[in-house]
Ligand binder design. Structure first.
Ligand code: SAM
Ligand code: SF4
Length: 479
């Protein structure tokens, strides 16, 4: 059997793309290997959102130079966003690469691997750029690639990503995604529902709907226009699917019908990722995010009011072009008042080809970016810890995902082991359990907490909240 090694960097979209590529190559007889040295085919599914992600891939390619010289039969492929962005540059920097395949062309990977091995000629398959043709032609060149699934490549067999949109039309000035992932296109509800039905049949309990601005989902089918709330309502009817999440939300499209769906549909996770990026109107305008801090505050207040116990998370970019100490202080103030469950904080990384790179100087020194990153992270951690402490003594429902990181490190082999899972509002919980409980929803009482993890004990007839002397009113028992 030919062996495939695949390395994935970047977001959930990339994880899903890798799952689909692996499924298509398994159909050709490939088996996965964890070692690049053993592999006949080595694929990198890449990200180009920040420079650092690209540097990692170019270093990994550099390390393969000798392996390819020793075994010219090995096929080396660069897939995904960096392939679409850098195209021929990849062959220049690493001439021994065989394949460069953009995210819109992944359906071609099995044929391209076959041809590369037979013909020993480099091949590049990428989609049209955003100004290379009519909207229609560009859309068609970014093929969605979703029918094949491979349970072995999922985060766990009980959880799966389902793409509901591809591309993005927002063109935030710092972001490369609209160029490399193409125009925003919503998938037909019938295809999404069929995929979710198939996943449920395979034992999948939790689906996470993916889109760059997932709540901008719109699909016109005959007389009816489907919104995300309509789609979730339909998915909610599927037997076997027990939890529905969706990422990433665009603040301006957080409509009342969607908030009502999250509140009223019990399978819907009470967790919303709604990145704000900055707390300064000047910076938001320069980023072309399309909303003000006041708009974001209004959206957040509406969300907290509509959905009791909801957890909201955010992304921030610090050190964007022209960001002053005062702008950054406004980001700190917004973070302090917003009580995000968590925030992903990034230092601005200039991306050639974006409006930001064209219009503004990347003028915040690296040291200042680093300082702002650390100080915002410290504040967010403080908030995480305080909010997690509010869970002490509460009972939460956790989908047990598998062994905890510590159990994996200790390589625990027995039936009893430390497990990890997530609550309905996406909080990570670690607890002692039994291997056969993986993939079950379990009642857990929380007895300890730090910034990122709740520690709990499974509720049995004998172990309830009262045992810890911490019992609090279970205002939101399901979070
Ligand atoms: N579509 C999502 C949204 O609008 O929130 C985010 C997609 S992007 C892949 C994930 C995050 O990366 C963004 O929310 C932003 O914080 C960060 N990001 C994007 N471009 C960046 C850049 N040039 N430098 C640093 N961070 C960046
Ligand atoms: Fe990038 Fe903005 Fe689109 Fe998100 S909404 S993918 S940040 S352009």
């Amino acid at each position: 059997m030919p062996k495939l090694y695949i390395e994935t960097v970047g977001c959930q979209m990339n994880m899903l793309d890798s799952e689909l590529v692996v499924a298509s190559l398994r159909k050709e007889g490939y088996e996965l290997t964890a070692s690049a040295a053993d592999a006949d085919t080595i694929l990198f599914n890449t990200c180009s959102v920040r420079q650092h992600a690209e540097d990692k891939i170019y270093s990994a390619l550099g390390r393969l130079k000798n392996a390819k010289r020793e075994n010219p039969n090995k096929v080396i492929g660069v897939l995904g966003c960096m392939a679409q962005k850098d195209q021929g540059l990849i062959f220049k920097r690493a001439p021994y690469v065989d394949l460069v395949v953009g995210p819109g062309q992944l359906h071609q990977v099995p044929a391209l691997v076959r041809e590369a091995r037979a013909e020993r000629k480099p091949r590049m398959e990428v989609s049209l750029g955003r100004t290379d043709g009519s909207r229609d032609a560009i859309e068609r060149s970014h093929e969605s690639f979703d029918p094949l699934r491979d349970p072995a490549m999922r985060p766990t067999p009980y959880q799966a990503f389902v793409r509901i949109m591809i591309g993005c039309d927002k063109f935030c000035t710092y972001c490369i995604v609209p160029s490399v992932r193409g125009p925003e296109q919503s998938r037909p509800p019938a295809a999404i529902l069929a995929e979710a039905q198939q996943l449920a049949g395979e034992g999948c309990l939790e689906i996470t709907l993916l889109g760059q601005t997932v709540n901008s989902y719109r699909y016109r089918a005959g007389e009816r226009t489907w919104r995300l709330s309509d789609l979730i309502e339909a998915l909610h009817e599927i037997d076997g699917i027990a939890r529905i999440k969706f990422v990433t939300n665009y603040p301006k499209d957080m409509t009342d019908d969607l908030l009502a769906a999250v509140r009223d549909l019990p399978k819907c996770s009470k967790y919303l990722h709604v990145p704000v990026q900055s707390g300064s109107n000047t910076v938001l305008k320069r980023m072309k995010r399309g909303y003000t801090v006041e708009d974001y505050r209004e959206m957040l207040a509406r969300t907290y009011e509509s959905i009791p116990g909801v957890a909201v998370t955010s992304d921030f970019i610090v050190g964007f072009c022209g960001e002053t100490d005062e702008d950054f202080q406004q980001t700190v103030d917004l973070t302090r008042e917003s009580r995000f469950k968590n925030s992903f904080i990034f230092k601005y990384s200039e991306r050639p080809g974006t409006k930001g790179a064209e219009l503004y100087a990347d003028d915040v020194p690296e040291e200042v970016k680093r300082r702002r990153n650390n100080s915002l992270l410290a504040l967010q951690n403080q908030i995480c810890e305080q909010d997690n402490e509010a869970f002490l003594g509460r009972e939460v429902t956790v989908l047990a995902e598998g062994p905890s990181k510590a159990a994996e490190k200790r390589d625990e082999l027995g039936d009893r082991l430390q497990l990890t899972g997530r609550t309905n509002c996406d909080r990570i919980v670690v607890f002692e359990g039994n291997r056969r409980q993986i993939g079950q929803f379990l009642p857990i009482v929380v007895y300890d907490a730090n910034a990122h993890t709740l520690f709990g004990e499974m509720v049995t007839q004998h172990v309830g909240p009262e045992v810890f002397g911490l019992a609090l009113p279970l205002a939101t028992p399901d979070c």
